[in-house]
Design a protein around this ligand. Structure first.
Ligand SMILES: [Mn+2]
Length: 329
């Protein structure tokens, strides 16, 4: 592999598949439809190129950050390119903003397309395209890039919610790894009903339950409905005075996740304050382990925002001590 040609934007993808190394593993993002589509498509591409089934692994960001990149060769998709992945015979196909520049890895990168789209373009070069996949990748693009003006926007969010609701591996098992089976899948009807019934109720409730974390960041409580759409609608209709809105939820592993949304690019910088990442207007962060629930998360985040201005509050230990004492109140 020619290391000089290590960075490709998707306009120069032609012939790209010929330079891909035979991977020991394919790694994708566990949290959404884009990760599922991208990962499964790369598995198909590897089968086409190398005639074998390469194992697929999926991770949420926080676990992924702790996983050693130990394989001699791997393909990674829908997870941000970072310096630690800059390894010979590693390939990253991704669309998240990144500051790292590849010297050894191959980076196929375009922030204007979904990861699924980038993987599909590679597949198409190898004759793996089909009308069903065209459709699915389109819907995935619309949902993942939040293309709200697209006529398929609502339907696309239903598709994306299949993964949110049933989770990556459950859904993967249910469709036997055949992405085409997602098209017009009966479970979409469940997503549609949830959207129609739950979202208006959730929107009205959340609108009256927004709390200030900083003068520019509001925390939106969510109890029902599609949080993503509800927060989007709150921003769209300027229903609050905050340019950045946060939702919080607790994972099964007890970590609290903060999800940041904005309309003018402010969300990413806020996520970065919490060691998170993602897109300019849609980003997320996993809060430290010491933050054990949503109430503590609200407290912690307020302290982090306040700490920026007050130098007296500058160490993380202090913050954790504060959380501890706050929890005992
Ligand atoms: Mn994505």
């Amino acid at each position: 592999m020619n290391p000089i040609a290590s960075r490709a934007d998707s306009t120069s993808l032609m012939g790209m598949t010929k330079s891909l190394p035979n991977p020991d593993v394919i790694i994708t993002h566990e949290s959404d439809l884009d990760g599922l589509v991208a990962g499964v498509l790369l598995q198909r591409l590897a089968r086409k190129l190398f005639g074998r089934k390469v194992p697929l692994e999926a991770y949420h960001y926080n676990i992924w950050k702790q996983r050693e990149p130990r394989e001699k060769s791997a393909w990674v998709t829908d997870l941000s390119f970072e310096a630690r992945l800059d390894r010979a015979n590693w390939v990253v196909v991704d669309h998240h903003a990144t500051e790292a520049t590849p010297k050894q890895a191959q980076l196929i990168h375009d922030v204007t397309k979904s990861a699924g789209r980038l993987c599909y373009e590679l597949c198409q070069q190898e004759g793996l395209g089909s009308p069903a996949l065209d459709r699915l990748v389109h819907l995935n693009d619309v949902a993942d890039l939040f293309l709200e003006d697209d006529p398929d926007f609502e339907l696309a969010t239903d598709y994306a919610n299949l993964v949110k609701h049933y989770q990556f591996w459950n859904l993967h098992s249910l469709i036997g790894g055949e992405l085409e089976q997602l098209i017009e899948h009966p479970l979409l009807e469940v997503m549609e009903v949830k959207r129609r019934v739950e979202n208006p109720l959730g929107y009205e409730w959340s609108k009256s339950n927004v709390a200030e974390l900083s003068p520019t960041v509001g925390y939106v409580e969510t109890i029902i409905g599609n949080n993503n759409l509800i927060v989007h609608q709150l921003l769209e209709q300027k229903a609050t005075r905050y340019p950045v809105l946060v939702t919080l939820f607790k994972r099964t592993n007890n970590l609290v996740i903060a999800s940041f949304r904005s309309r003018n690019g402010e969300a990413l910088r806020v996520a970065e304050k919490f060691q998170g990442g993602g897109h300019a207007n849609a980003s997320g962060a996993t809060l430290p382990k010491a933050v054990r629930n949503v109430a503590e998360a609200v407290y912690y985040m307020r302290q982090v925002f306040a700490a920026k201005k007050e130098t007296s509050f500058n160490s993380l230990e202090n913050l954790f001590a504060e959380i501890e004492s706050g929890a005992k109140r």
